[in-house]
Design a protein around this ligand. Structure first.
Ligand code: GLU
Length: 445
């Protein structure tokens, strides 16, 4: 059966490069296996979730190259969570508790004073019907805890290998708050069951939820999915990425002019056994990234690396991959131009600067007038091609005796107005004879 994966952000902020990691690891897993990728908005928190953030997340994913096969929202699905909660109640696995936060805190302090771990003591299980009625009469509303089996739950993690958690070391988790809203744990499992998710790939900050969720899958589903918990991206200094790091949001990286594949390559290759390098397409990246080759240590990345990766990616990008975007920049007649300049751009938009060098206006820089006049007189007739530059400069060299830098630099300055740039062998035919001649005469052309 082809895998079904999901990426499940809460629409309470924009995605940053750290969130791109689970999105991409799921997407690449689906690509590599012919699987289905579901975007699930975990928007049960109605106060903090917004429609704008949901739209922005979908846009950012699309820019990155992740196009979900299906999108669902938890806020549309409360009825199935209610049904699952009823089922757990009927099984005796969901019980009402009336403690306030203060009472729980005092209890934890008493446990700490006696050297005991802060595990919920299940006092609410012992409440009689009268005691519960008394709480209700006081106006207290219950929150609901899942009665864990005190067993060791084991799974073979797709990233971390054999893993286990002793559930006797956990408090029975609260699944439903006193105001009736769901915490993340139950809806996530109910959705994974309902949507047929086979592989839960997510950050290792969720490892501690896994044993609880496996117990819920056993009660509510037909089986337990595979789990893979990847290491988290951190800054070079080892700090976690929070939503506050605005400049690492996907939208800021996009505005900085970075290529999505440069961002994607860094987001998944860092902290793996693969060298961080620019990979041109998702299909290629899907062939490279393997969940079991991710490291257990945090994936530290240096954001300065993004610029270098971006440049290296563009230097190898075929024309077909950028043709549309070059056309949108007003660059026509593209392949020869792109191949001539791609080695000299760090951002795609810089192609425009070279387009101006080719099509003008360029203010020529002429320092040795006699030399340039001689060179102008030797310009070969059109048609021009890849050999024109060599033929012309050989003739100029023979006529003037200039060679090396003394031959090439004055010609470059006159033809482009710049002391650096793409190979003139490739640029000269694009500039064309008429414009080249005008520039050699010192005219702005
Ligand atoms: N909404 C959860 C999160 O963003 C999803 C976790 C999961 O993938 O199960 O952390």
């Amino acid at each position: 059966m082809a895998p079904v994966v999901r990426f499940a952000p809460s629409p309470t902020g924009r995605l940053h490069i750290g969130n791109a990691r689970p999105a991409l690891l799921n997407w690449l897993h689906a690509l590599a296996t012919g699987g289905t990728f579901i975007l699930r908005f975990d928007d049960t928190d109605r106060e903090r979730s917004t429609e704008e953030f949901a739209r922005a997340i979908a846009d950012d994913l699309h820019w990155l190259g992740v196009d979900p096969h299906r999108t669902v929202r938890q806020s549309d699905r409360f009825a199935i969570y209610d049904a699952a909660a009823d089922r757990l109640r009927a099984l005796g696995r969901l019980y009402p508790c009336y403690e306030t936060e203060d009472e729980l805190e005092r209890r934890r302090k008493r446990q700490a004073a006696r050297g005991l771990p802060p595990i919920y003591d299940r006092a609410a299980l012992k409440l009689t019907a009268e005691e519960k009625a008394a709480f209700e009469a006081e106006g207290r509303k219950p929150h609901w805890r899942f009665l864990l089996d005190h067993e060791t739950v084991a799974w073979d993690d797709l990233v971390r290998g054999p893993s286990h958690i002793d559930c006797a070391s956990l408090s029975d988790p609260v699944l439903i708050r006193a105001d009736g809203t769901y915490l993340y744990t139950l809806p996530s499992v109910v959705d994974d069951v309902d949507l047929g998710v086979t592989d839960v790939i997510r950050g290792e900050d969720h490892v501690t939820n896994t044993a609880v969720q496996i117990q819920l899958f056993r009660l509510l589903g037909d089986g337990v999915p595979r789990f893979g918990h990847h290491n988290l991206l951190t800054t070079a200094g080892g700090e976690g990425l929070s939503k506050r790091l605005g400049h690492l949001s996907l939208s800021s990286l996009r505005e900085r002019g970075l290529e999505p594949m440069a961002v994607a390559s860094l987001a998944v290759l860092v902290g793996s056994s693969e060298a961080v390098r620019p990979v041109g397409t998702m299909a290629e990246l899907a062939g490279i990234v393997k969940l079991d080759r991710l490291s257990r240590a945090p994936a530290k990345f240096d954001e300065a690396e993004l610029d270098g990766l971006n440049a290296r990616l563009l230097h190898e990008t075929p024309y077909a991959a950028v043709a549309g975007r070059l056309a949108a920049l007003g660059i026509g007649d593209g392949e020869a131009f792109w191949l001539a300049v791609r080695g000299n751009v760090e951002r795609l938009a810089q192609a425009s600067e070279w387009w101006t060098v080719v099509t003008g206006p360029v203010e020529p820089v002429i320092e040795e007038h006699g030399f340039i006049e001689a060179a102008a007189a030797l310009l070969p007739p059109e048609p021009w091609g890849p050999d024109t530059w060599a033929a012309w400069t050989d003739a100029v060299k023979a006529a003037t005796g200039a060679k090396g830098r003394a031959l090439f630099m004055p010609l470059r300055l006159a033809l482009t107005g710049l002391a650096h740039g793409p190979e003139l062998k490739a640029l000269l035919p694009l500039i064309g004879r008429a414009r080249a001649l005008s520039r050699l005469k010192g005219e702005i052309a």
